[in-house]
Design a protein around this ligand. Sequence first.
Ligand code: PEP
Ligand code: MG
Length: 564
Amino acid sequence: MGVGVVPGRVLAPVRQMTAAVQEPPFPGGSPAQGTLESQSQRIKDAAKAVQADLRSRAATASGEAKNILSATALMATDPMLVTSAIKLLSSPDGARTPERAVWEAGSGVAEMLSGLGGYMAERVSDILDVRARIVCELRGEPAPGIPYSEQPFILVAEDLAPADTATLDPRKVLALVTASGGPQSHTAILARALGLPAVVAAPGVQEIPDGQPVYVDGAVGIVNSSPGEEQQRAAESWAASASSLKAFSGSGRTADGFSVPLLANVGSAADAALAAVACAEGVGLLRTEFCFLNRDTEPTIADQVEAYGGVFEAFPGRKVVVRTLDAGADKPLPFLSNLDEPNPALGVRGYRAHAGFPGVLERQLQAIATAAASHTAEVWVMAPMISTAEEAAEFASLCLGLGLATPGVMVEVPSAALTASSVLGEVDFASIGTNDLTQYAMAADRQLGSLAALNDPWQPAVLQLVRLTVEGAAAAGAADGKPKSVGVCGEAAADPALAVVLVGLGITTLSMSARALGPVSAVLSSVTVAQARELAAVALRAPTAAAARSAVRSALPLLSELGL
Ligand code: PEP
Ligand code: MG
């Protein structure tokens, strides 16, 4: 058993990820060949070759995969890694081979990143991946990676390196199972983007022999290495229904015709184009920081106009909600983050960076306004990590001053949910970020697999915060004489059962990864608004997250019929 992160039922043989690269010995091994200078050059050349390989894979990838491969490529020639490896070649405690020097330098960088915590600690797997690739390059061995197989298979690994997940072939890999990793790990995010059933944090799966048929249920986290006939049938019926689930008509509604626009979360123009093909009714979250994760310096206004314009282009006449840069914690941007904070998730992130990095937000808003002016998309703008009504008011006045007529806020800090009537009094709309709202309500780092049970948007405390936000928005709307819409753009909106509960709580739009549009619309259209409200009441009354989930799921038999 593990934590299910992407629904789907698959029965197929397992292939274990290629064995990890062996640690080069020290002392020992064959003595290094050549002068110090030539050995240093070999390290530099190997790092460059790895970077070139990752870059060429980035060039053929798209969306999130492209971003991750480009970021990993940058790490390959990281000066800290390469320089400390070269220093180690002539270390006073004994000369190392180039392979050994790279190995030790990689450990040093990984230790340093892990000490920094938060997003930096998440990058440890990237640096260790790069280290393994450079060592293989120096040895003239093929790079570690996904095993080759003629037959489609379930890929099992300790945790997947981003560079591997980014390039895996979804025609060959039917599902992903990892022994570690959390619901927000790269494996989970990419599995969601690829629509691959996935289970993470499933200890012991690496003992399963290659070729063994295994049943995986990504909705509930089952990994069974001795599947019976019933599971065989469940996998067959999932395979039969999966293709119809992929389709979304382009109009989210309940069984009694109540409209709930289903929007897409995107991070680039390429994502937006895919979301438009998937019939998303607009964009509910443009994560603008994703457009610039690889940059050391602030993008120019012209670069920003181009990036945002590319997204608006994909949705003519449709709503596009642009979130201003959410830098910090798990997504630091060198030009907008203080990298030595002791506790980045509670630090200067999101809107809070506005005070310490003057001008960046104004220039971004200017770029959004300029891009909006030459497109027909209906552009709304929201700020991440708003905690108080004063921040909301300040943001709204900046937006209005630059001609952006529809300002809003993310509700992802419990204080904003608790004071929603005054926060919403300052802006036109709110979008609930359930990923962070859960992390902060439960004081559980969203990156940690070991805290997955706490980090669950079905937690009673999180559902109560959603309810309070909707109620606060209604009060603010009544006071202002204009309704304030409240959407959800966290991962919770992509869980079809939770989506029904959210609608029952009064959420008016749901925004999700484009792959989730089909399943969410299928389940939503099976209930009336009154039933959704009843299920919301059931969930609110439940004493635990597990009880809420199971009570709601058992009232929605379609979920298990569809394997969701
Ligand atoms: C959230 O916190 O739910 C959210 C949508 O923002 P992000 O995942 O980008 O922090
Ligand atoms: Mg967030």
